[in-house]
Design a protein around this ligand. Structure first.
Ligand code: BMA
Length: 326
């Protein structure tokens, strides 16, 4: 049976799979957990990242404000469901003013590696690229160099070094509502210089035919790295963002072992189908409890609110293997 190689998280937010649910992923019944106006200044709060923190939970949240500017705010929660966000956006510290020059930030991911929490996000620097920063307390944030030149999005770190190097997935792209995009792997000796780029996977049919991008931090399992990712279909009425899963080789994560042909979740509820950008289910974070195999995903809904969904790791990995088309 596939298991998570990681820590226990006994207070992981959790609801049992409802009777009659046929999917491998099920939604929290009181979704959305974060309304669009949790902050008085926010137009929408979505595509956000949470992690376990000192027995509770902390995170970095995408809050688009009433000017419709994309900002990052820190947040805290005792239970992973009820959140308090800082009213002030994160102001990053760095010695070089060029490094903290702020245009916009969106779609953050948070990853604990060794001794600190790293944040990656889509950072405006003459076009979208991957911002990298770290924090220890979710109060002070220190920005490092952008990982890549523009244009890039969906920078997602691995939670440990691989082959002695930091490792990141990303999605090189262009400046607009990118009509293309594949996932690549890059490594770094120091979190500053990134190279040895490898192709991981590209678009496929149906729900993932336009572009794809890594979602939450990959989860280490006995079967490989479990990668939850989003895929986009272009319908006659615009983009549709769904969620799929893949298993990547533990030592060479650019090698895809299995990958779902069907989605594991697609926008189907009213809060996923109706909002500022309809038909978006966009996962950016996962909590995992190794002893029970429980997974809790945080995902942006219709670019407006934040939802929570659950899966059981052995069932999900079994689904990925049985429904794979690499
Ligand atoms: C992508 C990003 C995401 C967003 C999605 C759907 O390009 O901007 O933040 O959720 O489009 O609008």
């Amino acid at each position: 049976m596939a298991t998570i190689l990681g820590e226990a998280l006994s207070n992981i937010p959790w609801q049992e799979k409802p009777h009659g649910e046929s999917g491998v992923v099920w939604r929290y019944t009181a979704n959305p957990i974060i309304p669009r106006n949790l902050l008085p200044t926010s137009n929408s709060i979505f595509n956000s990242a949470v992690v376990p923190f000192e027995g509770t939970f902390a995170g970095v949240f995408r809050c688009d404000d009433h000017r419709r500017e994309m900002q990052l705010h820190s947040g805290r929660s005792d239970d992973g469901i009820n959140w308090t966000l800082s009213p002030e956006r994160i102001h990053f510290n760095a010695e070089d003013p060029e490094v903290v020059r702020w245009e916009y930030g969106y779609d953050p991911r948070v990853c604990w590696i060794e001794d600190r929490y790293y944040i990656t996000w889509c950072n405006g620097y003459h076009g979208p690229t991957i911002g990298v920063a770290y924090t220890n307390d979710f109060k002070s944030f220190y920005k490092l160099e952008n990982a890549f030149l523009p244009f890039n999005r969906n920078g997602v770190l691995f939670p440990r070094k691989i082959g002695g190097h930091y490792a990141m997935l990303s999605r090189p792209s262009d400046n607009g509502h990118t009509p293309f995009g594949d996932i690549y792997y890059s490594e770094s000796p120091d979190m500053t210089f990134w190279g040895k780029h490898r192709f991981v996977m590209g678009t496929k049919g149906g729900w993932q035919s336009t572009k794809i991008g890594a979602g939450p931090i990959p989860i280490e399992t006995t079967e490989g790295w479990l990668l939850i990712y989003h895929g986009v279909l272009t319908s006659c009425n615009g983009f549709v963002y769904s969620t799929g899963a893949a298993l990547l080789d533990i030592d060479k994560p650019w090698k895809v072992i299995y990958r779902t042909a069907p989605y594991i979740m697609s926008p189907q509820t009213i809060y996923e189908c109706v909002g500022d950008v309809p038909n978006v289910a966009f996962p950016c974070a996962a909590l995992a409890d190794a002893p029970t195999g429980r997974l809790a995903f945080y995902y942006g809904c219709a670019d407006t609110v934040t939802g929570l969904a659950f899966a059981q790791v052995d069932e999900l990995i079994d689904f990925v293997k049985r429904n794979s088309a690499v």
